[in-house]
Design a protein around this ligand. Structure first.
Ligand code: UDP
Length: 326
């Protein structure tokens, strides 16, 4: 199969490229390196079935050409990371909405199957955990920058589903929950690479709020396995799937685990949300996926436990080969 991965030099995209190449497929990456990095695909450059182009999805003639050459499209190119989103809402909205419009309309011309990556952020302030795909999405006020990300991704979902219903373009929507592993950078606010970097440098580990908020962290290797299976499955078309882990941990507990595993002397400090992000910032107290839908269709079960995930990030940041089995 010939696969186009937009955002393929990003954290998740580069792992997906690895997995497709390992399976024997041909991979085309399109990435503008806005948050991705050439380092993530350095090891693939010489691979005979790997091709990459550094440009934006919004370059329509180029994207059209790449879509023509491929059988399926995985659209991962997006503005991600809560810090980036709060700091650059214009870029977030424009990249996420316009980029997806371009990919869907071009793919539609040739009826190439498209997987659209959405996010658990779309559940917003909902407290109906575990979140089910057919549950309500509860958005906060438009004056709070964070929600622009959730809304832009919700529009992407509507558009992908509309293309399927109205124009018979085969689309699959996935809502990715917190995903972690080697190559993820803490630069855009993601908590695990940030805590590991702080702990390894002996700097304070910054827990935002009271640290009682919880998340479930999925391993990138498990997540890309699910994406590949969903793209292969005819019954995934026109559907939305949660993908993530069900192992819940509070952020303060996470800080302690990172400190232990790195044997760090760092102190754990608490930073109010309005200092960390912006005045009036709203966080979600719990975020847990219901993954029964993806499990029923393609047998997805996250294999890697949190300890293995943390070790893989610590190894990566310490410059050691990963001990994780990906
Ligand atoms: N967080 C934190 N310290 C940091 C970065 C993040 O305490 O240096 C918290 C953040 O407020 C959130 C959780 O960790 O409650 C997960 O944050 P992340 O940005 O990784 O993902 P989110 O779930 O918010 O999309």
């Amino acid at each position: 199969m010939r696969v186009l991965i937009t955002g393929g030099a990003g954290f998740i995209g580069s792992h997906l490229a690895d997995a497709y190449l390992q399976r024997g497929d041909e991979v085309f990456v399109l990435d503008d390196l806005s948050t991705g990095s050439i380092r993530n695909i350095e090891h693939l450059k010489e691979h005979p079935r790997f091709h990459y182009t550094i440009d934006a999805v919004q370059n329509q003639p180029l994207t059209a050409e790449l879509i023509d050459q491929c059988d399926v499209v995985v659209h991962l190119a997006a503005a991600v990371g809560v810090k980036l989103i709060v700091e650059s809402p214009v870029r977030t909205i424009e990249t996420n909405v316009h980029g997806t419009e371009v990919v869907l309309s071009l793919a539609n011309k040739k009826k190439k199957k498209v997987l659209i990556a959405s996010t658990s952020e779309v559940y917003g302030l909902s407290t109906e955990v575990p979140f089910r795909e057919d549950g309500n999405l509860v958005m906060g006020a438009t004056t709070k920058g964070r929600w622009s990300y959730a809304c832009s991704k919700a529009i992407d979902e509507f558009l992908a589903l509309a293309y399927w219903r109205e124009r018979k373009l085969p689309t699959v929507v996935v809502r990715l929950f917190n995903t972690v592993g080697p190559r993820q950078t803490g630069q855009y606010g993601m908590v695990i690479p940030t805590f590991v970097r702080q702990a390894l440098a002996g700097r304070p580990i910054t827990v935002y709020g009271d640290g009682k908020q919880t998340r479930c962290f999925g391993y990138v290797g498990d997540v890309v396995g699910a994406l590949i299976k969903l793209l292969d499955h005819d019954k995934a078309v026109g559907e939305v799937f949660n993908i993530g882990s069900n192992e819940e941990i509070s952020i303060v507990e996470l800080a302690n685990r990172v400190k232990e595993l790195t044997r760090s002397d760092s102190e754990i400090v608490f930073v109010p949300y309005n200092e960390a992000y912006e005045e009036g910032f709203e966080d979600m107290p719990r975020r847990i996926p219901d993954t029964s839908k993806v499990n029923a269709l393609v047998g997805f079960r996250p294999e890697m436990k949190l300890e293995g995930i943390l070790r893989s990030v610590i190894d990566y940041q310490s410059g050691r080969p990963s001990s994780a089995n990906d």
